[in-house]
Write a protein that binds this ligand. Structure first.
Ligand code: PGA
Length: 238
């Protein structure tokens, strides 16, 4: 894992956007894995800015998102479908984008369909990840065993509490999600992991110790041949 430390979140977003820009220049019809959460908001704003300025062209690229709450309506402002449209897909043209369907009646069938769609697209060239306070990537929560492909997962207390900040007092927070598995993430050719903020310093420290902590799902990334960790000083504990 290659680690690059930046002074600020803005610089992190610029560096991550540069990696995506390079990928799109090399392969305009790249298959891009995308994430949701607070950490990626600045990067998507940078994608929108660069795309508007003609500096990046996503029009031949495909996008696959990591996860979606389950069950949830796409029209719910807390859904990741809604988040992605609002932050990126309403502003930047992609050849196509796909998100696990939180409205699916049969979640197992939806997960199999999603995996088949990724495979048919040729697999993910460049995957974007954030990390949870508990070390999750996607919604692969700390566990004894880890899923290969997309699956229906129970969210842990840590993730429910961390994400409750996005839900109003009267909004129902779904207890489950459809998430790409560790195997899906690992099959990506290249991976960019963004970690920002002092609250992430303890989990970043465990990840960067260079050991496979089995209770930190992100540690699987230490085994992948092409992962770039982009981190700010606060998260790096500097
Ligand atoms: P965050 O979420 O960017 O909102 O901290 C990251 C994650 O849970 O993967």
């Amino acid at each position: 894992m290659k680690k690059i430390v930046f002074d600020s979140y803005e610089e992190m977003c610029g560096a991550a956007a540069d990696i995506y820009a390079k990928q799109l220049l090399k392969k305009p019809d790249s298959v891009l894995g995308l994430a949701t959460g607070g950490t990626v908001v600045g990067l998507y704003a940078e994608f929108v800015r660069r795309s508007g300025a003609g500096e990046m062209d996503f029009s031949k690229a495909s996008a696959f998102n990591l996860d979606e709450y389950y069950p949830i309506k796409k029209s719910n402002p807390q859904s990741y479908d809604y988040f992605m449209r609002q932050k990126l897909f309403d502003h930047v043209e992609f050849a196509r984008f796909s998100i696990p369907d939180g409205e699916a009646h049969d979640p197992a069938a939806e997960c199999a369909r999603y995996d088949a769609e990724i495979e048919a697209a040729g697999g993910i060239d460049l995957m974007l990840l954030g990390i949870g306070l508990n070390g999750h990537i996607g919604f692969n929560e700390p566990a004894i065993s880890y899923a290969m492909g997309t699956g229906l997962v129970d969210l842990t207390e840590s993730s429910l509490v961390a994400n409750s900040r996005f839900f109003g007092p009267d909004e129902i927070q779904p207890p489950q999600a459809l998430s790409m598995g560790i195997g899906s993430i690992f099959a990506s050719r290249s991976i960019v992991l963004l970690i920002s903020g002092a609250n992430k310093a303890p989990i970043a420290k465990r990840l960067c110790e260079g050991k496979i902590h089995t209770d930190v799902p992100a540690c699987f990334l230490l085994l992948h041949p092409d992962v770039t960790l982009i981190i700010d000083r606060a998260a790096n504990g500097d």
